[in-house]
Design a protein around this ligand. Sequence first.
Ligand code: LMR
Length: 334
Amino acid sequence: MFNRRNLLSLAAVSVLAIGAGLPAFAQDITIKFSHVVAPDTPKGKGADKFKELAEQYTEGKVKVEVYPNSQLYKDKEELEALQLGSVQMLAPSLAKFGPLGVPQFELFDLPMLFQNRDELRKITEGEVGQSLFAMLQDKGIIGLAYWDNGFKIMTANSPVVVPDDFLGLKMRIQSSKILEEQMNALGAVPQVMAFSEVYQGLQTGVVDGTENTPSNTYTQRVNEVQKYGTVSNHGYIGYAVIVNKDFWDGLPEDVRGQLDQAMAEATEYANSIAEEENKAALEAMRAAGTTEFHDLTDEERAQWAEVLRPVHDEMADRIGADLIQQAYDAIAAN
Ligand code: LMR
């Protein structure tokens, strides 16, 4: 039974907790983790892994609700929802930070910047990655981790093998000025469209083609509405796992430590499966036979590079010439 003393201390805990912007009881902590892709993707699996580990390490004090496939919010809305605190965690593609006022993340969209994942790691695990996260603080957001998806393929209903093949094609892109410029450089007409609308956009002919990773292409069934694909690896798609800063800072320290641990392990897991997931998706699409795939030859790649590399200089003002140089230096370093 509660006596007066119990009641007073209970009230004190509640006041403290409310003062810290927390629910009165620690076991009430819920993290809504919203994302736009299918559960069966590197990001989807990473989010589910984080849920599993977070609930295990906090011994149920924290509940993680994962909402895949734009169930709660589409691309742009989810960033607004995070800032408003309607959701606590997201993992948007690095191409989607422009509308948030941090276009520097579009660095990752520069065509032909990374030759492989080792080069990419030099950015995500180095100073450039950290300095990008620091830019989020002002926006009420904390960057927790970088998660991989993979390198992109191009798809359309006509062959897209050499740059001239793109002339006049309406190509769906994510909301990144770099990607817009990349498509312009190829002679295509870029069109920003939410991820959840891509399949229908292609099916109805609102757009003619798109670029994405094999995993996203396959899990959205884009291959069913695209006759041709080119394995070009011309660019990269990855994610920043981000949280609402007030929420994160307001967590009890021990809980935050347990969540940090869960995130570190989920990150390792997500990044260890991403390459394989994309390979399997490409194989599944080749086997499905609805899309005819072409693997870019070295000669064709040189033609793409000639057209696409100038995008780096053209976009220097948007990202920052210094940041681009810092990225080049990090990639070139041993
Ligand atoms: C897209 O919008 O094309 C993708 O980046 C979606 C995602 O989160 O992978």
